[in-house]
Design a protein around this ligand. Structure first.
Ligand code: PMV
Length: 319
């Protein structure tokens, strides 16, 4: 058997969102800057080996090669290799349901493919490669807190996973059904049909630096307030698209209200959402018991899991 590389990467949850591509589709450069946290405990595990043609299996299902063709072409052109890749990937969390599986998926894939070619690329170059598959994947190369600037090819780390030891994320799965619209299609549809898209992009440029400052100060209230503006303004641009993009389910709104009620009672619990109905809360460890108690009493049927800031991409050769 030939050489095999394996990799792990964790999802990148954006506190300040990337939504929309600069200058349209193709090169996949983000139109808005994002600030994110890489989540410990959730991961994509990927094994890559040489094959006669590119072939990707995710969670036991053969994937549409078209979704990966630009990405594999880019791997070959950046590394100067002519290899074709056989890929087996598994997520230890719901795939394509808005838990940021494309971020960990393409980060793990980029790391393992580059290692198989034998090329020695810098982390920035692997991040840039991962971005071709999925913008958020550029951030998953690093652990802790990361930034992907607008119109920039790669992400970078602003603080490692030990920067804010009490920071917690609680991911609530409203449904584990895969979403109807991929984030890739929905953001392009928003860009081309929503009259609010321009306002979203303009506003994001001023929310982002304030959020970065709040993160650096570990000011949860300031960060939470800005994170809410970011995700709700992102969704506002989608609601105004033609036809509208509505990822939310009734439970999503119920969970947003739950966070509001907790804040009224003095708990620093904030929420965010991505291209799907799931709600992700963030808080400090001291407020976890109150959040868990509210979830258990208000939404007893919903599963959730808790994560801290986690590590970035790990790659090794399989023995
Ligand atoms: O890069 P994609 O295609 O996974 O899009 C990410 C879009 C959001 O998750 C909604 C926001 C973000 O910055 O992760």
């Amino acid at each position: 058997m030939g050489r095999r590389m394996e990799s792990w990467a964790s999802p990148s949850l954006a506190l300040i969102k990337y939504w929309g591509k600069a200058r349209g589709e193709g090169i996949n450069l983000p139109a808005t800057p994002s600030l994110a946290v890489t989540l410990e405990g959730l991961h994509t595990h990927t094994v890559v080996e040489e094959a006669s043609e590119d072939h990707v299996v995710l969670d036991g299902k053969v994937q549409n090669p078209q979704r990966f063709s630009d990405f594999f072409q880019r791997v070959r052109s950046v590394t100067g290799s002519s290899l074709r890749f056989k890929v087996e990937s598994e997520n230890n969390f719901a795939t394509a349901a808005g838990l940021a599986s494309s971020s960990s998926g393409f980060a793990a894939l980029a790391g393992a493919c580059v290692a198989l070619t034998g090329a020695h690329l810098k982390e920035e170059e692997i991040s840039s490669l991962a971005r071709v598959g999925s913008g958020s994947a550029a951030r998953s190369i690093w652990g802790g807190f990361t930034v992907l600037p607008a119109e920039f090819p790669c992400a970078y780390q602003v603080a490692d996973e030990n920067f804010w030891p009490d920071f917690r994320v609680v991911l609530v799965t409203v449904t584990d059904k895969a979403k109807d619209h991929s984030s890739r299609d929905a953001m392009e549809h928003t860009r081309t049909t929503s009259p609010y898209y321009g306002a979203w992009v303009k506003d994001a440029a001023s929310v982002f630096p304030q959020a970065l400052e709040a993160l650096r100060a570990r000011d949860l209230e300031a960060l939470g307030t800005l994170a809410r503006l970011s995700y709700l303004r992102m969704f506002s641009s989608m609601f105004a698209a033609d036809p509208p993009v509505i990822y939310w389910l009734p439970e999503s709104l119920g969970l947003i209200r739950l966070a509001e009620d907790l804040r009224k009672k003095g708990h620093g619990v904030w929420e965010t959402m991505d291209a799907g109905p799931q709600v992700k809360f963030f808080c400090e460890a001291k407020d976890l018991p109150a959040l868990e108690a509210s979830l258990k009493s208000g939404f007893p049927g919903l599963n959730y899991r808790t994560a801290r800031p986690g590590p970035g991409l790990r790659v090794r050769e399989l023995p």
